[in-house]
Design a protein around this ligand. Structure first.
Ligand SMILES: NC(=O)N[C@H]1NC(=O)NC1=O
Ligand SMILES: [Zn+2]
Ligand SMILES: [Zn+2]
Length: 450
């Protein structure tokens, strides 16, 4: 019997959960149906992946695509295209900086309508967790949010209020019942607010003044506070973009006594240092700020020791005009969703010998498992036919014009990478190939399987 498939990818090195295998993989009706050393039979599409490594594609758990409402910063079209160009097959969009923020079912549906029309790749949505919408958590859960997002400090967006301790506690009790996780941007509100006001009052607005206004203790204190609330309520807690090794240690200690907490970090905390930010300027401003080399060395050790659950981009772009000014005053947020996988191949695989399956776990498998997205996140029979084809040894220097972002800015422009994404395939359909977006928007909404 000559079997007929939709797609066969031949001769690639498949990055599977249990290691790298030279094998063929076949897709029918959007799902992986066979993995074998040599698949006989024919297919509508045959892809020769000789010399390439085949990943399950990036699921970016943390992006701000700003659509609808702040489309002059980024859009679902440009953001999802950029992700696809970096090997992305799915993302979870934050409840801010779109406008209106995703604080109720009505606004969720408005964003869903844009994504259904425009998203090149699959998507899930975070619901907002603020003092103003505690009553809406149930309706957001029914809409299918993958989790909720709170800020302990000022979020940068007036209409997305920070969660005070009362809100954090009561909201976590609700989420524990709903069975959905809370991700918190952990920086102590009073410390960051008062240190920032004092700096401004004294006209101290340089990059170093900014670092001094958000020292490591602001994160460490708030991580410890949020862990106490999670321990008390039983709410599943995810620390957003953790930046200090000491805070990671707190998460690890809490996990070892049974608290359901884990942490995400972002490429820039592993790749850039405070000195780089000083050199690069406001393009590399984010909060929490990028820390010193000593901390970064410890962060890598934590990563290698499996103490960090996943790596996202926290892609948080803005109109470039908002980056023009004194460091302390300009928008905090870095554009990075296109480069996560090449950056990890360069800095984790080539430079530090992190295994390829380890990189696949950090950028795909763990994210889908934590958020209970069924059928995504690994190359295995029954899973979606999602793939990123990568030439591991192909170097490139990032040029602004390579970026698919609305605004062609990134702290990594001019940097060299080793590891090039040559093709991205979503449920059997090629969406990106050789530098170009080649499909219409075909993204589907992902809901958690509760
Ligand atoms: N509102 C928003 O996107 N904030 C993000 N930017 C940043 O640098 N850190 C964040 O949490
Ligand atoms: Zn944040
Ligand atoms: Zn963010």
């Amino acid at each position: 019997m000559n079997k007929r498939y939709d797609v066969i990818i031949r001769n690639g090195f498949l990055v599977c959960p249990d290691g790298v295998k030279k094998a063929d993989v076949a897709v029918c009706d959007e799902k992986i149906v066979e993995i074998a050393t040599e698949i006989s039979g024919s297919a509508k599409t045959i892809i020769d992946a000789a010399g390439k490594h085949v990943f399950s594609g990036v699921t970016d758990g943390h992006v701000h695509f700003n659509d609808p409402g702040r489309t002059e910063w980024e859009t679902i079209t440009t953001g999802s295209s950029a992700l696809a160009a970096g090997g992305g097959i799915a993302y979870f969009d934050m409840p801010l900086n779109c406008s209106p923020c995703t604080l109720d079912a009505k606004n969720f549906k408005a964003k869903l309508a844009v994504a259904q029309k425009d998203s090149l790749i699959d998507y899930g949505f975070w619901g907002g967790f603020t003092p103003k919408n505690l009553e809406n958590f149930e309706e957001l859960a029914e809409c299918g949010v993958i989790g909720f997002k709170a800020f302990s400090c000022f979020s940068g967006i007036d209409e997305f209020e920070r969660a005070d301790d009362y809100t954090a506690l009561v909201g976590m009790e609700k989420l524990a019942k709903l069975g959905l996780p809370l991700m918190v941007h952990c920086e102590n509100a009073e410390m960051t607010r008062d240190l920032t006001s004092l700096a401004l009052a004294n006209n101290k607005t340089t990059v170093r003044d900014y670092f001094a206004a958000r020292p490591p203790i602001t994160e460490i204190e708030n991580v410890s506070r949020m862990i106490s609330f999670a321990e008390e309520t039983g709410c599943k807690l995810i620390i957003a973009h953790i930046s200090t090794a000491k805070a990671v240690e707190l998460v690890t200690q809490a996990r070892s006594r049974g608290v359901d907490v884990c942490c995400e970090t972002i490429g820039h905390y592993l790749i850039l240092t405070d000195d780089d930010v000083e050199r690069l300027g406001t393009v590399a401003k984010c909060s929490p700020p990028i820390r010193d080399t000593q901390n970064q060395v410890k962060m890598w050790a934590k990563l290698l020791n499996d103490e960090i659950a996943f790596i996202s981009s926290d892609h948080s772009p803005c109109d470039p005009k908002l980056k023009d000014g004194e460091f302390l005053k300009v928008w905090g947020g870095i554009s990075a969703c296109q480069t996560t996988l090449p950056a990890m191949l360069t800095h984790a695989y080539h430079a530090r010998k992190v295994s390829l399956e380890g990189i696949a776990r950090l950028t795909s498998q763990n994210v889908n498992e934590i958020f209970r997205i069924q059928g995504k996140g690994k190359i295995a029979v029954g899973y979606d036919g999602d793939f990123a084809l990568v030439d591991l040894d192909k170097k490139f220097t990032l040029q602004a014009e390579d970026l698919f972002y609305k605004h062609k800015v990134s702290p990594y422009v001019g940097d060299s990478f080793c590891g090039t994404v040559t093709q991205t395939i979503l449920r059997g359909t090629t969406v990106f190939k050789d530098g170009k977006i080649v499909s219409k928007p075909i993204g589907k909404h992902l809901r958690p399987n509760l």
